[in-house]
Design a protein. Sequence first.
Length: 373
Amino acid sequence: MNFSFWETDSWFTNIDYCIIGSGITGLNCALRLRENSPNAKILILEKGMLPEGASTKNAGFACFGSISEILDDLNTHSKEEVVNLVKKRTEGLDLLRKNLGDDIIDFQNWGGYELFTEADEQLYEECLQRIPEVNDLLKPIFEDDVFEISENNFGFRNIQPKLIYNKFEAQIDTGKMMSALVKKAIENDIKILNATKVSEFHSDSNSVSIITEKFQITAKNLIIATNGFASRLGIEDVKPARAQVLITEPLENIPFKGTFHLDKGYYYFRNIGNRVLFGGGRNLDFKTEETDEIGLTDLIQDKLKELLKTCVLPETDYKIQQSWSGIMGVGEQKKPIIKEVQKNVYCGVRLGGMGIAIGSLVGKEIADLASKS
């Protein structure tokens, strides 16, 4: 690259912290590093024009898990682990709201609902029966009952008669959230380079060499915050998971406000103003959707459109405005990976589809770990 002295001096020398990924985790990490080290030089490298993972692609659910998700987690995690997961998610949401403010991120506490298809009768009955058990489990966190039975007052069709309501669930505008984080980063003298893909890195006792497709730089510390793309940089405990989404054009009379989960959270929808966002379906083809390539498939898009028409908006005229996909980072365990992976190299990844809930907290925790080392 043909850099001038000024560019080299201002951007590419004496870097204290280089962060890969300018999503919610990377930006929160940078802001926390600035708190810890007011004079540090902090550089973020982002491979896309915008964050290419899930931070600007997600549905904007400020949630911590539907009842069926929590029951499913209890099959693979201890009660203590599940409580801790929910606690971390609520702490992360509180931190996000504190850092940016509810008005800035358009935080709307309409509540959340879980629906069950007619084929999910066994799961439906189990969830209804175990509401008291899950409420008792979560009471130390919320100091109140989280889940209760609700009527279907929204005109949903082809589902079980009752919904399960969660008054603590909310929604945000992720575009506004990310814009606010970028603005805050720039105001705190954090430099962001977009369209800069890191291909490899090498660490020694004093520094880390970072090789991109355009240039090579050296930093005292490297932090990987790429979540669904982490395996590209050698973090094998994270698997990519593509999530596909569509959104309608504005509706004349939208029949609901809030966030909604269906089929253990594999499908989800919400209002965005007077539009409906509908997403999910990777359980239709886990193998194909275990990819970090952006894209859409007819199998999933057709299923989303079918469920939207037959269950969610059965008597409403609407048009699909656009579809897109984002990349999450998942694994066998729901707990995020926050650790030093090599000398002077750290990672905060595997957010498990809960980036809105825990991204701020993971960014803070990985920054604190890097600052102490």
